[in-house]
Write a protein that binds this ligand. Structure first.
Ligand code: FDA
Length: 510
């Protein structure tokens, strides 16, 4: 047999035979830039700890032919591929694997070309949602947008292939709902577009998680209209200021108010109290917003002074957490350089409000923690467009009936030790256990873009049974899981593209 070193040499030889240009974009572990390339986009520092496995090679292709070569040679030499766009996967499946692997990092595929007249754009997977927002606003004089999430460095590749949603979800649904074409490389190294991949595979990559099906290079998206003036507000209310009653009321109106209105409370501990910041985007001016709030949520006591009118792109900067100071510059959306942290997150869906009296139990868990533990819950309202689209339309299935998504998030700076992870993970788990009676059941729904390996994972080696995978698969995809299995069986029957939560193929009897 061939030694490991020989195997790797042969892999590299294979690459250079397949592609004249690829040698310039291969980072071996001896390369002086290897670490900085590896660290460049991985968002969760937990997975950069020295104890975590590292890729044998990182490839940062500029050309489709280099991706094709990589797929062919990786398959031939038995190396697993992890595809990375923005590196925000919560459990870092784009950067870490427990079998010999390489990373294909799409940092150099980050073009955004907007056709404002046709109201479409082609965006490459390695672009960030911040860049995407910025370019659309720039080319459309702030009149077009795209319904993505709130964090400018999230990559288009993972975000669109997992669903993707943000403050426009009540008006326009999820990002993946607006994809109309895509370019990808399949397991045979073929370059495919919507027509040549066929409707089944095109369906699967819009929310089913791209990593199970191939490497998606770029996406054609339909843009959506936004008014020239939007309004934002962020109203903090502590327990003493009736936060609990307000949260409770919010649960009863958030999914029913006008679809132009998105109100998302963020709940966390502040010293000896809890605070809920009612954060909002309204697709219109203050004059229209105030009567709507008076009618549906008067208890919040919103005044004209609480509100600020701005362009849509400024609201993106604001809701991304950069504030609305006069100095907040939209150019911040183009940056990839923000301090990274260790974190853990989870997601739930609710079809009924949490009883008002049950909130105290949530607060108690925050109060048990060290004051410095920065955990938070974000309440993400449903209703409107996201709920009107039918469950089988795309793989993202959490639609009508949900009143909100609940996001659990805790971060803790630079400490990558297991001890720090356990302590914070424990807090999230306590919250997650506590809310069990109040969230969806059988199965408890989850969101693939809030990756959570606690809900179930494939083994790293050997065949994966569809039945076992359905434990986590149905949480993410409900019955769409089985169509995803069907697509996987057609396009990648040998399960080359795999990870801890990739869709398994049915095992064919040969
Ligand atoms: P990354 O590169 O890690 O990829 C994620 C997964 O997709 C991996 O399995 C990867 O292999 C695969 N993949 C990536 N590119 C691919 C490609 N081109 N072809 C095939 N497979 C590919 N979500 C949301 O809906 N709304 C929100 O507001 C936010 N906010 C947010 C804030 C922060 C701080 C974080 C860390 C995360 C979010 N998210 C979010 C979640 C985010 O949408 C999710 O993590 C995306 O999958 C990230 O996409 P990246 O390309 O950055 O991740």
């Amino acid at each position: 047999g061939e030694s490991l070193a020989e195997n790797h040499e042969n892999f590299l030889k294979c690459l250079s035979l397949q592609s004249d240009t690829i040698s310039k974009v291969i980072y071996t572990q001896n390369n002086s830039s290897y670490s900085s390339v590896l660290e460049s986009s991985i968002q969760n520092l937990v997975y950069l700890a020295p104890t975590k496995p590292k890729p044998l090679f990182i490839i940062t292709p500029f050309h489709v032919s280099e991706i094709q070569a990589t797929v062919k040679c990786s398959k031939k030499y038995g190396l697993q591929i992890r595809v990375r766009s923005g590196g925000h996967d919560h459990d870092a499946l784009s950067s870490v694997s427990y079998v010999p692997f390489i990373i294909v990092d799409l940092i150099n595929f980050s073009e955004v070309s907007v056709d404002a007249e046709e109201k479409t754009a082609w965006v490459q997977s390695g672009a960030t949602v911040g860049q995407l927002n910025y370019r659309i606003a720039e080319k459309s004089q702030n009149l077009l947008a795209f319904p993505v999430g709130t964090c400018p460095t999230v990559g288009v590749g993972g975000h669109l292939s997992g669903g993707g949603f943000g403050p426009l979800l009540r008006k326009y649904g999820a990002a993946a709902d607006h994809v109309v074409d895509a370019h990808m490389i399949d397991v045979k190294g073929r370059f495919l577009n919507r027509e040549s991949m066929g409707e089944d595979l095109f369906w699967a990559i819009r929310g089913g998680g791209g990593a199970s099906f191939g490497i998606i290079v770029s996406w054609k998206i339909n843009l959506v209209a936004v008014p020239s003036t939007v309004t934002v507000f962020a109203i903090p209310r502590t327990l003493e200021q009736n936060a609990t009653k307000l949260l409770n009321k919010w649960q009863h109106i958030a999914d029913r108010v006008h679809e132009d209105l998105f109100i998302s409370p963020i709940l966390f501990r502040m010293n000896s109290t809890m605070v809920s910041i009612f954060t909002s985007l309204f697709l219109g001016g203050i004059d229209r917003l105030l009567p709507l709030m008076q009618e549906s949520f008067p208890e919040l006591g919103l005044t004209k002074q609480d509100c600020k009118e701005m362009s849509f792109i400024e609201s993106v900067v604001y809701l991304d957490g950069f504030g609305i100071s006069e100095s907040a510059n939209v150019d911040v959306l183009l940056s990839r350089n923000f301090p990274k942290k260790s974190f853990k997150g989870k997601a739930d869906y609710l079809t009924e409000p949490i009883p008002e009296e049950a909130f105290q139990g949530i607060y108690d868990i925050f109060f048990e923690e060290d004051e410095k533990t920065i955990g938070l819950l974000q309440f993400f309202p449903y209703g409107g467009k996201i709920s009107e689209i039918s469950e089988p339309e795309i793989p993202y299935p959490h639609r009508a009936g949900n009143i909100y998504t609940l996001l659990y998030f805790v971060d803790w700076g630079q400490d990558t030790t297991n001890e720090a992870f356990q302590r914070h993970d424990n807090m999230i788990k306590k919250l997650f256990n506590y809310t069990t009676p109040y969230v969806t059941k059988n199965p408890r729904s989850a969101y693939i873009n809030y990756r959570d390996l606690d809900i179930g994972a494939n083994s790293n080696e050997g065949p994966i049974s569809v039945e076992e995978a359905s434990v986590w698969g149905k949480k993410y995809f409900k019955n769409n899981f089985y169509r995803l299995v069907h697509v996987k069986t057609m396009v990648d029957p040998d399960n080359f593209f795999r990870n801890e939560q990739s869709i398994p193929p049915f095992r064919l009897v040969k």
